[in-house]
Design a protein around this ligand. Structure first.
Ligand SMILES: *[C@@H]1O[C@H](CO)[C@@H](O)[C@H](O)[C@H]1NC(C)=O
Ligand SMILES: *[C@@H]1O[C@H](CO)[C@@H](O)[C@H](O)[C@H]1NC(C)=O
Ligand SMILES: *[C@@H]1O[C@H](CO)[C@@H](O)[C@H](O)[C@H]1NC(C)=O
Ligand SMILES: *[C@@H]1O[C@H](CO)[C@@H](O)[C@H](O)[C@H]1NC(C)=O
Length: 451
């Protein structure tokens, strides 16, 4: 750190913070610039892990579908496999995590090319993956793994310079205080001040997260959740005030309107370039975020689908948060590992067009739907998802200067090109020997000197 004179310190202490403080209202909070690391990171992995990973049937909403909705397939599953008196809480001791090796998870994520990891610290079931004074006996230290999962994963992830985000559900389906507040039309805040807020402050002070990925906000207004007060503390006074980013799930009707980056809906994908930083969250298992023992390969996204989703998202200015559900014993299924490593291989060649890129003047070529653009200060990147049959890639949008360079990432040498139509380029694609590129799901042309 640089030496700062006493006068400068005094000046900073007296003047800057007072002027730069956020007030607990959306117009002030929404004016905070998003810390730049988040946009640069582009790609993260999302982990849904909790007591729902024990039945690992249906989805992470198991408890709700079974007991609140009484859905038949869940009733049958319980009748067939568990004694009649078995409760949801009885699953917790079976959340054993005996094979959980945070180092090998972190190694996998690094190989996948993600720059951040987001873990469910508490889903709507209320079970916390760390121990807090307000989640007595319903946490991963007192029962189940008998480990602080949030801390163990965080240490391994940060050793590899990945950012660490914490998912946290504001609501809990069956918490008695929440149900009481709900019955009172959210006029009382017993649950918020007795549970949710103590947890959020504890998570921030203990683990200093890079992201708070909030969820479970949709039933109650911001005045109930008191979320603007929490965020003003987070931005003004917390130990992560300069680096933390948050999403938009902080109250009923907050989504897509308030907060840091926008998730809008799960798996949201805008058709055109949004004017606000956003993130698409999606899951390799298209049926569930939590692990399902009976998933079928046909229900999973394959490598090409994942890579094309990533490309669409980044071209449209988004980040891509890709979910896998670990098992109750702490494993990430080999098929998920394979998918993640495949994306990492693709990024090892094409990452230059993804990380720290910006959306370009044009996001995609409409006539094919398979060419998407990103750019850096010096280059425009055309990422194409289908290899043209005649080996000629036609790009109507870029306007070439007289002296330009055209190359393909991962292949040496420059490519020949000709003007196309009234302004674009028509590029002779190189011969790519089989095996020269580790993943042939999409290819990137780097254009230097185009407008
Ligand atoms: C939110 O919490 C802060 C700090 O505890 C408190 O001053 C404020 O009145 C609360 N707001 C609401 C709407 O309850
Ligand atoms: C593609 O279509 C969209 C929506 O109609 C339009 O805004 C955009 O300019 C078009 N892009 C190109 C490259 O023609
Ligand atoms: C690109 O521009 C930004 C600011 O506009 C600058 O911070 C960055 O260093 C530049 N990158 C390169 C590779 O020139
Ligand atoms: C093309 O590449 C050469 C050699 O790397 C470089 O000197 C030149 O500046 C590049 N041209 C453009 C337009 O970027």
């Amino acid at each position: 750190m640089e030496q700062v004179s006493g006068w400068a310190l005094l000046f900073t202490a007296l003047v800057i913070p007072a002027a730069g403080r956020y007030t607990p209202d959306w117009s002030s909070l929404d004016s905070r610039p998003l810390p730049s690391w988040f946009d640069e990171a582009k790609f993260g992995v999302f982990l849904h892990w909790g007591v729902f990973s024990v039945p690992s049937f249906g989805s992470e909403w198991f408890w709700w579908h079974w007991e609140a909705e009484g859905q038949e397939q869940y009733q049958k599953f319980m009748q067939k496999n568990y004694p009649p008196s078995f409760t949801y809480a009885d699953f917790a001791p079976q959340f054993t995590a005996e094979f959980f090796d945070p180092e090998s998870w972190a190694e996998l994520f690094e190989a996948a090319g993600v720059r951040y990891v987001v873990l469910t610290t508490k889903h709507h079931e209320g079970f916390t993956n760390w121990k807090t004074p307000v989640s007595w006996n319903w946490n991963s230290v007192d029962t189940g793994p008998h480990r602080d999962l949030v801390d163990d994963l965080g240490q391994a992830v940060r050793k590899r310079n990945l950012r660490y985000g914490l998912y946290h559900s504001l609501l809990e389906w069956f918490h008695p205080l929440y149900l009481m507040d709900k019955k009172n039309g959210f006029k009382t805040q017993n649950f918020v001040f007795g549970k949710t807020m103590p947890e959020l402050y504890d998570l921030v002070l203990r683990y200093k997260p890079d992201i708070i990925w909030s969820d479970g906000d949709w039933e109650a207004p911001d005045t109930y959740w008191n979320s603007t007060y929490f965020l003003s503390w987070l931005y003004n006074d917390s130990p992560v005030k300069d680096t933390v980013v948050v999403n938009d799930r902080w109250c009923k009707d907050c989504s897509c309107r308030h907060g840091g980056f926008f998730n809008c809906a799960d798996k949201f994908q805008p058709g055109t370039l949004p004017d606000h930083k956003w993130e698409m969250c999606t899951s390799i298992d298209t049926w569930s975020w939590g692990y399902r023992r009976n998933m079928q390969t046909s229900q999973l996204m394959d490598e090409s689908r994942i890579i094309s989703d990533l490309v669409h998202t980044v071209s449209l200015g988004g980040n891509y948060l890709l979910n896998v559900g670990p098992t109750k014993d702490g494993m990430i299924a080999p098929i998920f590992q394979e998918r993640l490593r495949a994306v990492g291989k693709w990024l090892s060649i094409n990452g230059e067009a993804i990380y720290s890129s910006k959306p370009w003047r044009v996001q995609k070529e409409n006539d094919t739907d398979s060419v998407w653009y990103t750019c850096s200060n010096t280059s425009v990147y055309a990422i194409f998802l289908q290899w043209p049959e005649d080996n000629v890639l036609k790009l109507p949008s870029p306007i070439p200067a007289s002296n330009i360079n055209v190359t393909m990432l991962g292949i040496s040498g420059t490519l020949k090109w000709e003007p196309y139509a009234d302004k674009g380029l028509s590029i002779a694609l190189p011969y790519v020997p089989s095996g020269a590129l580790p993943m042939e799901a999409a290819w990137t042309i780097r254009l230097e000197g185009v407008k």
